[in-house]
Write a protein that binds this ligand. Structure first.
Ligand SMILES: Cc1cc2nc3c(=O)[nH]c(=O)nc-3n(C[C@H](O)[C@H](O)[C@H](O)COP(=O)(O)OP(=O)(O)OC[C@H]3O[C@@H](n4cnc5c(N)ncnc54)[C@H](O)[C@@H]3O)c2cc1C
Ligand SMILES: *[C@@H]1O[C@H](CO)[C@@H](O)[C@H](O)[C@H]1NC(C)=O
Ligand SMILES: *[C@@H]1O[C@H](CO)[C@@H](O)[C@H](O)[C@H]1NC(C)=O
Ligand SMILES: *[C@@H]1O[C@H](CO)[C@@H](O)[C@H](O)[C@H]1NC(C)=O
Ligand SMILES: *[C@@H]1O[C@H](CO)[C@@H](O)[C@H](O)[C@H]1NC(C)=O
Length: 353
């Protein structure tokens, strides 16, 4: 009971978290788990349920297929999250919206050029963890693809997961305030606040103070379609490389959530408008990839959408900085990996305390 760690955690402390996307909400849960007696406040312009081009999280697919190859902390964020998703899917799969589902991933490049091999090891780092199986049979491969594999993965129905994260936080006493913070000193000029967590995503690009111009949007366009008659048992992905502008993917939100079809990764595009001509291209690519979907003209589209991934040169910013009377812990710039890295990012952010 009286270990130093316990004593520290039982002090009455206040933490503020700026941002209520998947990164801010997960950081709040990690904090609440490790500092159960602390007062935790989330301040955000947008909360789960909102739809805005300035709020990325509701537009994600989302799935787990690591883009990390650094043989270091980025891989570790995804590893921590994979383990957490296992726990969520097996423990409370239906209420959290996280489900186990295999994925078939195809690349139009040779293995060395596909952007999937970890630096130093020359292997796909999650090969063992995700039970990678290289696809060899003709009926499993896709025409023209250079390689393909099946991996045990997870699909996250973000429409269920974001409110679930919010609700878990509320149950633990986390306060939520809808407010736009224009100047960081509004938060750091208070010695009663132990730390401010900066989880603003792309918002840090324009937030007054030290605007972070390393951030840039990676525009994605997707659509939600009704579940096809043939039940879908796996996700699909196809791309020249793991990270490439011409990316196609199919994520079924089983059993009743429809299917997300995408997409693209266009760097430095801020445009939030749906391109309907491009949507036809997405339909064609997805139907070729996933035969269960049927023909493009049979797809029943419920909604088209565009989202901006908060990318950052050099990767996410996860660091501590002393500012005014308190400490700021930055946790933004997750790019296209905000879901699959979320629990690892949150753990490291709270470790920085
Ligand atoms: C089409 C698409 C597909 C994707 N697919 C995947 C996928 O399959 N897997 C995956 O892991 N990731 C995926 N992503 C990426 C993922 O969605 C993002 O990495 C993630 O949502 C980023 O979350 P965030 O919490 O950092 O930012 P956001 O969700 O943008 O949240 C930012 C929060 O900060 C608040 N905020 C910002 N500025 C201020 C301010 N000044 N004052 C107050 N509040 C402020 C906002 O209101 C909001 O609450 C995808 C993204 C897109 C667009
Ligand atoms: C999004 O954020 C930018 C930068 O703060 C702002 O100029 C723009 O008006 C916002 N757009 C919407 C739709 O809120
Ligand atoms: C989850 O949902 C599936 C299908 O809707 C159902 O068969 C299963 O029993 C549910 N699991 C739990 C734990 O409720
Ligand atoms: C910080 O707070 C003090 C008093 O609490 C106030 O006088 C000062 O203007 C504040 N500074 C900023 C930058 O907000
Ligand atoms: C978040 O980080 C950005 C970029 O460094 C900075 O502009 C902004 O002031 C920070 N906000 C907070 C609350 O620390």
């Amino acid at each position: 009971m009286d270990s130093p760690k316990q004593k520290f955690s039982s002090e009455k402390m206040t933490f503020k978290i700026l941002g209520a996307g998947v990164v801010g909400l997960t950081t709040a849960l990690e904090l609440a788990a490790r500092y159960p007696l602390a007062r935790i406040q989330i301040l955000a312009t947008h909360l789960p349920g909102d739809r805005s081009i300035n709020y990325t999280s509701p537009w994600a697919g989302a799935n787990w297929l690591s883009v990390a190859t650094d043989n270091g902390r980025q891989e570790n964020w995804d590893r921590v999250t994979y383990k957490k998703f296992e726990e969520l899917a097996d423990g409370k799969g239906n209420e959290s919206g996280v489900k186990r589902m295999p994925i078939w991933a195809f690349y139009d490049s040779e293995k060395e050029d596909a952007g999937i091999l970890s630096q130093g090891t020359g292997k796909v780092w999650y090969e063992g963890m995700a039970g990678l199986r290289w696809l060899k049979e003709k009926e499993e491969m896709r025409e023209g693809a250079k390689l393909g594999y099946e991996a045990k993965s997870f699909v996250v129905n973000v429409q269920v997961y974001l409110p679930w994260l919010q609700n878990e936080a509320l149950k633990k006493g986390v306060e939520m305030l809808r407010t736009t913070v224009t100047d960081i000193r509004e938060l750091t000029n208070d010695s009663d606040v132990k730390a401010v967590f900066n989880c603003t995503g792309l918002g840090s690009y324009s937030l007054k103070g030290v605007e972070d111009k390393l951030l840039y949007p990676t525009r994605g366009q997707v659509m939600l379609v009704e579940n096809p008659k043939t039940p879908m048992e796996r996700m699909y992905f196809r791309s020249p490389q793991r990270v490439n502008k011409d990316t196609t993917y199919v994520f079924p939100r089983n059993p009743g959530g429809g299917v997300i079809l995408g997409g693209c990764r266009f760097d430095n595009e801020w445009d939030g408008e749906v391109d309907l001509e491009f949507a036809e291209d997405i339909k064609r690519r997805c139907c070729a990839l996933a035969p269960e979907l049927g023909k493009p003209e049979d797809l029943k589209v419920i909604q088209h959408a565009v989202g901006l991934r908060p990318s950052r040169k050099g990767g996410p910013r996860l660091e501590r900085e002393s500012m005014g009377k308190t400490m700021v812990i930055h946790n933004y710039g997750a790019g296209g990996a905000g879901y699959q890295a979320s629990w690892g990012l949150a753990k490291d952010a709270v470790d920085l305390l």
